[in-house]
Design a protein around this ligand. Structure first.
Ligand code: PEP
Ligand code: MN
Length: 339
């Protein structure tokens, strides 16, 4: 941390700041210039709030130079994390991994047809919510346990892995036997109690970016899961809320290379929630791959016009097929391949 004192700061004020830094565990290096004193705090105190220093008497400015997340930082594992699943599927390796399926599990027929189409397109994961975080309490809330059972059944039949959303701690145990990967939704990215619990399970987690979360907040949320000992974590950009209203969210493609630089964790792109309109999903999916995404999470429905949630952004099955062939063409340009 660097604390720049005001030009007119008194010796007492400077000493008070030094004392507080030492109390926290910093080694303080003082530089007394002609017009200003600079205090450099070296060391790794467990926790401190840089803003606390910014408001101390005589302080002009205080800022952090080390990152507040340790386990999520790229330097913790410079080679990158690979999350390994059954069937030899690896996320964070050379291959781009594809996850697709409807927003929600709606019926046996709907999810079985979806699974067959997702497998035929060449994807590795079937997605589909059994517990749905809907903006309105009157909207379809998901099939719950019945939906989990259907996901497992149709995935076994088609050789796909299952990813589905967990909304609260009490669902974790219930879900374990049926799923291959937990999805933490955008609305729960800062549900710290849920994140902490997911740190204690031994099952991969894909955590989506919150609707208005900064990249640093994404990484701090990741830190909650990692610090519990669960390193099988993937992050996902799914669009953020901006002043733009034409698209449902603004797909922040730049977050993908930024996250790849800042963290060792695999990063996926979800263009479906990123734009909210089917016609823009493929371009944003391809942009995500070009930007370095390790995989895509895409909504597809056998009959999107009749979908119980997110129909407008769900691809038709033939659009998923086309997207897959386009991803196969883009991938080699960025040194990747598709299974
Ligand atoms: C979803 O994947 O269907 C979903 C609810 O996503 P998000 O949490 O990104 O809104
Ligand atoms: Mn959805």
């Amino acid at each position: 941390m660097i604390v720049a004192m005001q030009g007119e700061a008194t010796e007492d004020q400077i000493n008070d700041v030094i004392e507080r830094m030492v109390e926290l565990g910093f080694n303080v290096h003082r530089t007394t210039g002609a017009t200003q004193t600079i205090l450099a705090g070296v060391g790794t105190p467990g926790h401190f709030e840089v803003t606390e220093f910014g408001v101390l008497a005589g302080v002009h400015e205080a800022y952090r130079i080390s990152s507040p997340y340790k386990l999520a930082g790229r330097s913790f594992r410079p080679e990158g994390t690979q999350v390994k699943f059954a069937n030899g599927v690896v996320v964070g390796g050379e291959q781009i991994v594809m996850m697709a399926g409807p927003c929600s599990v709606e019926s046996r027929e709907q999810i079985l047809t979806s699974a067959k189409q997702v497998a035929a397109a060449g994807c590795q994961f079937l997605r589909g919510g059994a517990f749905k975080p809907r903006s309105s309490p009157y909207s379809f809330q998901g099939m719950g346990l019945e939906g989990l059972k259907l996901l497992r059944e149709v995935s076994n039949e088609t050789g796909l892995l299952v990813i589905t959303e967990v909304m609260e701690i009490s669902q974790i145990e219930l879900m374990l036997p049926y799923i291959d990967c937990f999805q933490v939704g955008a609305r729960n990215m800062q549900n710290f109690n849920l994140l902490r619990e997911l740190g204690h399970v031994r099952k991969p987690v894909l955590m989506k970016r919150g609707i208005s979360a900064t990249i640093e907040e994404v990484l701090l949320s990741a830190e909650y899961i990692l610090s519990g000992g669960n390193y099988e974590l993937m992050l996902c950009e799914r669009g953020i809320r901006t002043f733009e209203t034409y698209t449902r969210n603004t797909m922040d493609i730049s977050a993908i290379p930024v996250l790849k630089k800042l963290t060792h964790l695999p990063v996926l792109g979800d263009p479906s929630h990123g734009v909210g309109k089917r016609e823009f999903v493929a371009p944003m999916a391809l942009a995500s791959v070009a930007a370095g995404a390790d995989g895509l999470l895409v909504e597809m429905h056998p009959n999107p016009d009749k979908a119980m949630s997110d129909g407008a952004q769900s691809l038709y099955p033939e659009q998923l097929e086309k997207l897959m062939s386009q991803v196969r063409q883009i991938a080699p340009i960025v040194g990747r391949s598709v299974a």
